[in-house]
Design a protein around this ligand. Structure first.
Ligand code: ZN
Length: 151
């Protein structure tokens, strides 16, 4: 288990239409009840990236995801390798905590940034240590095969 990572990066799925088209063409976009997503598995946890839905990740994870998620846009031989994910702003959790007194996770208010910091470490540590909000792998109900009628 790594130390608490203070450097955080906000990431999204790319908004480049040609990349999204390539992902769909190559069947790399999946679908669930909330719509289309691009699935990344990191440390055996699945992260689902959707359009216009940023995720905040520790810098180490964000960097690892950038290094390993590409797609060829266009022809396999002549097309360009393009990043699938896009980093936006990065920030340091210390700075963030220094200027606010409301918890990002549970919206609780605190009298001082110091108390908020203590609360975050205590109550939400795993949320910024690991990929945030690990999504449950939705288990599809076992498909019951229709048994042929025996006459
Ligand atoms: Zn909280």
């Amino acid at each position: 288990m790594s130390d608490l990572e203070m450097e955080q990066v906000r990431m999204t799925l790319t908004d480049d239409p040609s990349v999204l088209t390539a992902l769909r063409t190559r069947k790399q976009m999946k679908r669930d009840a909330d719509g289309e997503y691009y699935s990344v598995v990191f440390n055996s946890q699945e992260l689902r990236f959707r359009e216009n839905q940023p995720r905040v990740l520790g810098k180490t994870i964000a960097s690892a995801l950038m290094r390993s998620n590409y797609i060829i846009v266009g022809d396999d031989l002549t097309g360009d390798m393009v990043h699938i994910l896009k980093p936006h702003d990065s920030y340091n959790l210390n700075d963030l905590i220094a200027e606010q007194q409301t918890c990002d996770y549970c919206k609780k208010q605190f009298e001082t940034p110091k108390r908020l910091a203590a609360h975050m470490l205590d109550a939400h540590r795993e949320e910024f240590e690991e990929p945030s909000t690990p999504e449950q792998v939705v288990k599809e109900p076992a498909k019951t095969r229709a048994t042929p009628k025996s006459n």
